[in-house]
Design a protein around this ligand. Structure first.
Ligand SMILES: [Zn+2]
Ligand SMILES: [Zn+2]
Length: 353
C-alpha cells in the first residue's frame, strides 16, 4: 500500500508527537494490519510517557508507540501461511526470535535473543493507522469479540489470565485484588467468571472505586490503610482470602496481599517496579504460603483466553471508559497518566463510537 500515515511517538516530558510517515510494507512472513483499537498500558506511562526510564526489554527506541494493538489484515507479505487479507487479529506484543527455549514455549516475553523486539518499544506499535506485524505474533480475533476487546487481550487481560493460571482460581476461593487500575479490574472480572465466591479490592482512586462498583466487579472495595489485612480477615471468618493479586506495585499494597492471605494460600505479584518488605517466617514460611511473580503471558494461553471469553460471553471492552481518535492521542495519554479513568483507547473506524 502506498502513501503516508500518522503515527504517535512518545519523546518523554509527558508529550505525544504525531508524525507523518510512509505506510510500511510487509516483508517475508509479515502482514500489514489496519489498526482498529490500540489501548494504553500503565507500562507506557511508567516507562516511556513521562520519561524514558526503561532499560533492556523496556527500553523505548523512539518507535511508534502502542503495545496493545488489534486490527484487520489488509495486505499479505510473501510467505504468509495462515492469516489472510480480512483476518481480524490481536497482536501478541513481543516479537521473539522464535527459536530460543522461551519462544518455543510461547513466552516471547522472555525471549533472550538480541532479535527480540516489542511492538511500541523496539519496533513500531499500534498508535498509527497501520502496523507491520510478523504473522507468528498474531492471534485470531473471533467474530463475536470487538477489536477493542482484542486490544485489551493483547497485554492486560493476557497478563491477568497468566497470573490466574499460576495460582489457580475456582469456586473454593475468595480473592483479594490490591490496586484497581485496568489490570486489577480485569483480575476481578476474570476471577468472578471462574467462580470465585467473594471478591475484595483495595483502591484509593474514587473514579476506579466507582467503576468497580458500577460494574459489580467486587463484593467490597476498601480504601488503602495499614488495617487492610485485618479487615480482610474479618470479612473471611478470621482466616484471610485463599488467593490474592497485587497490581499496585506499592510496598504496603504488597504487604497487605501477603498478610491478608490465609495459611496455604497463594499470592501473585503482577504490578511492576518498587520494592516490598515482609518477614518471611511469620508472613509466608510458617503459614505455608506461595508468592508467584507473573510477567505477561504466552501466545498459546492468549489463544485459550480468547476462546474462553467467547464461551463466557464477556467483553473486556467494558473496562474501556474513554475512546479517542489518533489525532487526540495526547489527550488519551494525559488522561491515562492522571488515572481518573478505566482503560483508555485510541480507536479507528467503527470502534470509535
Ligand atoms: Zn502492557
Ligand atoms: Zn526467542
Amino acid at each position: 500500500m502506498k502513501g503516508t500515515m500518522k503515527g504517535a511517538y512518545l519523546p518523554g516530558n509527558s508529550t505525544v508527537v504525531l508524525k507523518d510517515v510512509p505506510i510500511p510494507e510487509p516483508g517475508h512472513g509479515q502482514v500489514l494490519v489496519k489498526m482498529k483499537a490500540s489501548t494504553i498500558c500503565g507500562s507506557d506511562i511508567r516507562a516511556i510517557y513521562r520519561e524514558h526510564v526503561g532499560r533492556g526489554p523496556e527500553g523505548y527506541q523512539n518507535k511508534i508507540a502502542g503495545h496493545e494493538p488489534c486490527g484487520q489484515v489488509v495486505e499479505e507479505g510473501p510467505g504468509v501461511r495462515r492469516f489472510k487479507k480480512g483476518s481480524r487479529v490481536i497482536v501478541y506484543h513481543i516479537s521473539g526470535c522464535g527459536l530460543c527455549h522461551d519462544c518455543r514455549m510461547g513466552y516471547m516475553i522472555s525471549c533472550s535473543s538480541p532479535l527480540r523486539a516489542a511492538y511500541g518499544w523496539q519496533r513500531d506499535g499500534g498508535m498509527a493507522e497501520y502496523v507491520v506485524c510478523d504473522e507468528k505474533d498474531l492471534v485470531q480475533l473471533p467474530d463475536s469479540l470487538t477489536y477493542t476487546d482484542g486490544a485489551q487481550v493483547a497485554c492486560g487481560f493476557g497478563t491477568v489470565y497468566e497470573a490466574i493460571q499460576k495460582i489457580g482460581i475456582g469456586g473454593n476461593d475468595s480473592v483479594l485484588v490490591v490496586g484497581l487500575g485496568p489490570v486489577g479490574l480485569a483480575t476481578l472480572m476474570l476471577c468472578r467468571k471462574l467462580g470465585a465466591q467473594k471478591l475484595y479490592g483495595i483502591e484509593s482512586n474514587p473514579y476506579r472505586i466507582e467503576l468497580a462498583n458500577k460494574l459489580n466487579l467486587a463484593d467490597k472495595v476498601l480504601l488503602p490503610a495499614d488495617t487492610n489485612a485485618g479487615e480482610i480477615k474479618d470479612l473471611t471468618g478470621g482466616r484471610g482470602v485463599e488467593k490474592a493479586f497485587d497490581t499496585s506495585a506499592s510496598d504496603p499494597g504488597r504487604q497487605t496481599a501477603i498478610r491478608a492471605t490465609r495459611q496455604w494460600g497463594k499470592i501473585a505479584f503482577v504490578g511492576e517496579g518498587g520494592t516490598v518488605n515482609f518477614n518471611p517466617s511469620p508472613d509466608i514460611i510458617h503459614d505455608q504460603k506461595t508468592i508467584c511473580g507473573s510477567w505477561v503471558t504466552s501466545i498459546w494461553l492468549m489463544e485459550n483466553l480468547v476462546e474462553e471469553l467467547v464461551r463466557w460471553n464477556i467483553h473486556p471492552e467494558i473496562l474501556v471508559t474513554h475512546r479517542f481518535p489518533l489525532e487526540k492521542a495526547d489527550e488519551a495519554y494525559r488522561l491515562m497518566a492522571g488515572g481518573n479513568c478505566g482503560k483508555v483507547a485510541v480507536c479507528f473506524d467503527e470502534e470509535l463510537k
